[in-house]
Design a binder for this molecule. Structure first.
Ligand code: CP
Ligand code: NVA
Length: 309
């Protein structure tokens, strides 16, 4: 595989065009059918830098790189010189001399952006406080797996306006899927991110809107999506848990949603908080398909970013 002329990063969903997302998801469908068919990362190395815990993202990226013939290097931030005695810029420049791509999970989105600004290999955002684009790309795949006629359908996200909500809304906007955000007022998306999402939706003829009433939010949903109410790095706040209680994905709420609606969760789940056991383990749930699909989609993403096509 030749290195592309222009380095492509994936720091946020909209780093990809609509056509590129289509190409990656199509490739992911093929890779899901034949997981060992592509060995285009043979002899190549991918650094995985994690400053927060991870099960799915860390393991799926390790598996992705291995199945593609390459080697993943897991680096916890504590074991790097990064930030403690070396700048992000120098870290980016040094790692670019060793590895073929850098996957990073950290707190500030600006750190990922800075790394990308100085790296000469692709930088992939594996979650920040602001965004979770790999999850969102993969979630569109899972949604389309269930609903090949996805255009014009609605995914309703129930919870706080967190990283997962932001990237899901962006990915929906770029994929012809409407996104309803069932969010209480106090936990709306940050204004700048809301503006960005509205801009994407307007540019692509899709709708992203907020519905405060939980039942109205799910009435027309083809998927009801939720995430933990307390994200990594946040203080657990009793007031927030109470405000979000009416947005719990449970049997009562799902009885209002269309019969064919699926239930999505990026995981890890706090069972009994944002989702009940019977719904998470019930027939509408696709949450473990979502987890598996991280592998297929990230393989397609890696081959796209590293191969340049
Ligand atoms: N969904 C997700 O990113 O899970 P991890 O935090 O386990 O990586
Ligand atoms: N919003 C969650 C997602 C975990 C995958 C968090 O940031 O902790």
């Amino acid at each position: 595989m030749d290195r592309p002329e222009r380095v492509r990063h994936f720091t946020k969903v909209s780093d990809l065009s609509v056509e590129e997302i289509r190409k990656i998801l199509k490739r992911a469908f093929k890779l899901k059918e034949r997981p060992h068919a592509d060995r285009s990362l043979t002899g190549r190395t991918v650094a995985l830098i994690f400053s927060k815990p991870s099960t799915r993202t860390r393991v799926s990226f390790s598996v992705c790189v291995y199945q593609l013939g390459g080697m993943a290097l897991y680096l916890s931030e504590q074991e790097l010189q990064m930030r403690s005695s070396e700048s992000l810029e120098d870290t980016a420049r040094v790692l670019s001399r060793f590895v073929d791509a850098i996957v990073i999970r950290t707190f500030a989105q600006s750190d990922v952006d800075e790394l990308a600004a100085h790296a000469t290999v692709p930088v992939i955002n594996a979650l920040t406080d602001e965004r979770h684009p790999c999850q969102a790309l993969s979630d569109i795949f899972t949604f389309e797996e269930r609903f090949p006629d996805s255009k014009g359908r609605t995914i309703t996200y129930m919870g706080d306006g967190n990283n997962v909500a932001v990237s899901l809304a962006a990915a929906g906007a770029l994929s012809g899927i409407d996104v309803c955000l069932g969010i209480p007022e106090e936990y709306d998306l940050a204004p700048a991110l809301w503006e960005e999402i509205q801009g994407l939706a307007a540019a692509h003829g899709t709708r992203v809107w907020v519905e405060r009433d939980p039942e109205r939010a799910v009435e027309t949903a083809s998927a009801v999506y939720t995430d933990v109410w307390t994200s990594m790095g946040q203080e657990r706040d009793q007031g927030k848990l109470q405000a979000l209680q009416p947005y719990q994905v449970n049997r009562g709420l799902m009885s209002v949603a269309p019969w064919e609606a699926i239930v999505m969760h990026c995981l890890p789940a706090h069972r009994g908080e944002e989702i009940t056991d019977e719904i998470m383990d019930g027939p509408q749930s696709v949450v473990f398909d979502q987890a598996e699909n991280r592998v297929h989609v990230q393989k397609a993403l890696l081959t796209f970013l590293l191969g340049g096509d």
